[in-house]
Write a protein that binds this ligand. Structure first.
Ligand SMILES: C[S@@+](CC[C@H](N)C(=O)[O-])C[C@H]1O[C@@H](n2cnc3c(N)ncnc32)[C@H](O)[C@@H]1O
Length: 843
């Protein structure tokens, strides 16, 4: 593409020289004619005709080559080249100017053929003159810009990449060797050594199984220029075993966008539910590094399998967990915690070969009658050897400052900038990226081929034992109540596992959705009645619970059993009595005074959100807020009119926000390196719960919480032991009052409540307060770009007032308009994601 454009441009530009040369000759001719004899005049006329015909013939050829060449170029650049990187935009500019010239040339031909007689009037003459000059200047400027662009790409590759974050086609680089890495005979990556002795790994944008992608062309032009343009085929399930998963609820228990991309490219449909399991296993207790990776992957996958059942009320069929570690000199390197840690890791890797292990766990889930879920765990690991080039201090710091190392095992990402550090890769490239796809497909093949007609109920036939989720108590055991055994002797009972065909096409997920509201209300009611509080000390019988919560025996038994079925409580046989006990999660999140209690938020959902949902039909019909209909209150501003119109309601609302911020705040506060900020303002910071997480995570940071006066007045209800002097409070309205001065502004769960117009109002005020280099940290549930997930965000949107949920790109577009540039986006895997922006320099 590059060479093609340049060639057409050269031919067109060459024609201009011929044109001026022809003109020169011709303009000289008449002078000589005037000064000479008749014979000379005749000769001169003959020469003029001959020259003008020759020049016209050259123009005709140039016009044809120009229009065909540049037309083809345009088509390729517009429709066949993605993404539109800055280099491609330059090419498009160049092609347009050349096409404009090509379109003007026929007029020149006509002019010459008529013996340099212009018959089209002065306006047309002006248009053509302008076209010629515009073409010339645009071409010169575009070529200058291309030269600068390439200079930056070669001499300052890191900054270049940061400045062109969206560019994934590598700019043209001087190259002296190219190695192509293949998986099953097809290319997965190119490693390019350039003239400066550095190495660049060019990833294929789609890491699909081999045949799922197509390298459309890699042109090695003039021996020193490389352009790679790659297109991906429609996602199809090429591995037979992947198609066997069709219709199953497959879950990836990982927040890694790289694993998600690798699996997406197989054509597999799956949900992403990032694990909450913290990677804190003791590494020294594992003999080999891959055992650690496998165990971590297992814990992640099992945590998600259990949480989905309890929290999302879904029973996944398969949960996939993965963990990648880098090992060098007998040490296991995970993700660096800060820049210094990244520096230590990368300098260890410099000039050496290291191993990358990914442990993968496939958890097959089987729901048995009675609601219990059994898990079969299949695991494996994959090793790939990678050698780093010797890294200079400058290169190391440049790479660390690019921000890329922070969320990557070993502190580098081979598929991105980190590819430049790599000398060679032995083994599966995708394993280094984070997921050994080929090995995964083989394992799935083994599972499905050993149980060919695999269905939920048939999984039990597989050889390896199922592990049940069991009660941990020493004294208490799960009650053995086998109704089937009891009745078997008197009548024929068809057990679910005998009924081979009844689950095929059974709308399990729809039935679970139908029951979703019952499950929510069970949780709300148990919380409201204090069930989890009374069960926090020890196991109690139904009578004891009924007594303490002051409820009927029958109703309490039903509620407790429903809570057991939802995995919120255990029901145990203890010294001949049946007792109920909190599960670990209930103890941690549902007991009202536990540090991470969601109790207040659950009550808020019951009291404020539930009634709104009973009016959902009206909200959908009318597309408006339902607060007036539901609560009998007019609500121009939902905060002032609904939540803050009396002290008790204000405190309840604040408690709800407080409990969510306690659970989500740490991940938001630690999402980015904020070490260069000293003061922050948490705009709409409510009780300060989020602010405390920020001061805990960043010892140098002070945070001012800015919120409405009604909220700040009530903040004494939330004074806690962890309160520190670095958090202060200022009352005000962010639409009307000046914001406190700070280096960093935090907008956590603020923007989704407002329309684009209101957001612009707030951002414009914030932008005026900020100086260049100030930060803006946004925390929201970020929608996928196709706005189809996560459902938590989309369900929440149903009860919104004037706000809406947005994707990272949508938030970014709003914020960029106010002079901020996006630095990093982090999907925390927790309830809230985060994006960091910096204020640009004044233009
Ligand atoms: C959904 S809560 C988020 C609270 C907190 N940022 C968090 O993440 O936990 C929205 C907060 O914005 C505050 N707020 C709403 N309108 C405001 C305004 N005009 N000026 C200042 N604060 C406002 C509310 O009082 C509330 O505390």
């Amino acid at each position: 593409m590059n060479s093609h454009c340049t060639l057409t441009a050269c031919i067109t530009r060459g024609s201009l020289h011929v044109l001026s040369w022809g003109r020169k000759i011709n303009s000289n001719m008449p002078q000589r004619t005037n000064a000479s004899s008749i014979d000379n005049t005749t000769l001169s006329i003959l020469q003029t005709t001959w020259t003008s015909n020759l020049v016209s013939a050259v123009y005709v050829i140039v016009t044809i080559v120009n229009l065909c060449g540049n037309g083809l170029s345009m088509w390729l650049l517009f429709f066949r080249t993605h993404p539109k990187t800055p280099s491609i935009i330059f090419m498009i500019n160049l092609t347009i100017t050349d096409l404009a010239l090509g379109l003007a040339l026929p007029f020149q031909i006509m002019y010459q053929m008529q013996g340099y007689n212009w018959t089209l009037g002065s306006s047309m003459c002006n248009v053509l003159t302008v076209t010629f000059f515009v073409n010339m200047y645009c071409s010169i400027l575009t070529m200058t810009a291309i030269s600068i662009d390439r200079y930056m790409g070669i001499v300052k590759p890191m900054q270049f990449r940061r400045a062109n974050v969206k560019a994934s086609v590598v700019p043209s680089l001087p190259v002296d060797s190219i190695k192509m890495y293949r998986v099953q005979g097809l290319p997965t990556s190119l490693v390019v050594n350039n003239m400066r002795g550095t190495t660049m790994q060019i990833r294929m944008r789609r890491h699909a199984p081999p045949t799922a992608f197509r390298l459309s062309f890699a042109v090695y032009t003039r021996r020193s220029e490389l352009q790679v343009v790659q297109t991906s085929k429609n996602k199809r399930m090429l591995h037979p075993v992947i198609s066997k998963l069709r219709g199953k609820l497959v879950v990836l228990a990982s927040a890694s966008p790289r694993r998600r991309e690798i699996l997406t490219n197989t054509g597999l449909r799956f949900e992403v539910v990032p694990s909450w399991f913290k990677e804190t296993l003791d590494k020294t207790s594992f003999e080999r590094p891959y055992e650690y990776a496998v165990e971590t992957a297992k814990q992640k996958a099992l945590e998600v399998a259990q949480r989905m059942r309890l929290k999302h009320l879904k029973n996944p069929d398969i949960v996939i967990g993965a963990d990648t570690v880098v090992t060098v000199d007998g040490l296991i390197l995970e993700k660096p915690v800060d820049k210094e840690d990244a520096y230590r890791m990368l300098s260890r890797l410099s000039g050496k070969e290291h191993s990358v292990f990914t442990g993968v766990v496939i958890v097959l889930c089987n729901k048995r009658e009675g609601g219990e879920t059994e898990h079969k765990v299949v695991d494996f690991s994959e090793e790939t050897k990678v050698k780093f080039a010797e890294l200079s201090e400058e290169m190391l710091w440049e790479y660390i400052n690019s921000g890329e190392p922070m969320d990557k095992a070993g502190g580098y990402g081979i598929q991105a900038l980190g590819g430049m550090l790599v000398e060679y890769v032995h083994g599966d490239f995708l394993n280094v990226v984070g997921f050994p796809l080929n090995h995964f497909c083989k394992q799935l093949g083994k599972i499905y081929n050993s149980c060919p007609e695999i269905k939920h109920k048939d999984l039990a036939m597989c050889e390896e034992p199922w592990t049940s989720v069991s009660c941990q108590s020493e004294k208490c055991v799960k009650p053995e109540i086998s109704y089937f055994n009891h009745f078997d002797s008197v009548c024929k009972v068809v057990k679910p596992e005998d009924n081979k065909d009844n689950t095929e096409g059974f709308p399990q997920n729809i039935l679970e959705l139908l029951d979703g509201f019952k499950a929510s209300k069970t949780l709300f009611t148990a919380s409201r009645l204090g069930v989890f509080d009374v069960l926090n000390v020890s196991g109690l019988t139904v009578e004891e619970v009924a007594n303490r919560i002051d409820a009927s025996l029958l109703g309490t038994e039903r509620l407790l059993d429903a809570a057991v079925s939802l995995g919120l409580l255990y029901k145990l046989k203890c010294e001949d009595k049946l007792v109920y006990r909190n599960t670990d999660q209930a103890r941690q999140f549902l007991v009202s005074d536990s540090p991470l209690s969601l109790h207040a938020y659950i009550l808020h959902c019951n009291d404020k959100i539930w009634p709104l949902f009973t009016d959902l039909e009206n909200a959908v019909r009318e597309g408006t807020r339902q607060h007036e209909r539901t609560f009998g209150k007019k609500s121009e501003n939902v905060f002032k009119d609904v939540y803050f119109n009396n002290d008790e309601v204000t405190v309840h609302f604040m408690k709800a926000m407080h409990s969510i911020a306690k659970v989500t705040g740490r991940d938001v506060a630690t999402a980015f390196d904020l070490s260069h900020f000293r003061t922050a303002c948490d705009v709409g910071g409510c009780t300060g719960a989020m602010a405390y997480e920020f001061t805990k995570a960043h010892p140098e940071l002070s945070v001012i919480v800015f919120d409405l006066p009604a909220v700040i007045e009530m903040r004494s209800h939330f004074q806690s032991v962890e309160e520190d002097s670095r958090v202060s409070f200022v009352a005000g309205d962010f639409f009307k009052d000046d914001l406190p001065k700070a280096d960093l502004y935090i907008l956590a769960r603020i923007l989704h409540d407002w329309s684009d117009e209101k957001i612009h109002e707030l951002l414009s005020k914030l932008s005026k307060t900020c100086t260049p280099g100030s930060g803006l940290l946004l925390s929201e549930i970020l929608l996928d770009e196709d706005r189809t997930k996560p459902s938590r965000a989309l369900l929440q949107a149903l009860s919104m007032t004037e706000g809406r949920q947005r994707s990272a790109a949508e938030y970014s577009n709003l914020i960029k308009k106010h002079g901020f540039s996006p630095v990093q986006t982090r999907y925390t895997g927790n309830m809230l994601d985060a994006m960091l922006f910096v204020k640009d320099d004044e233009a």
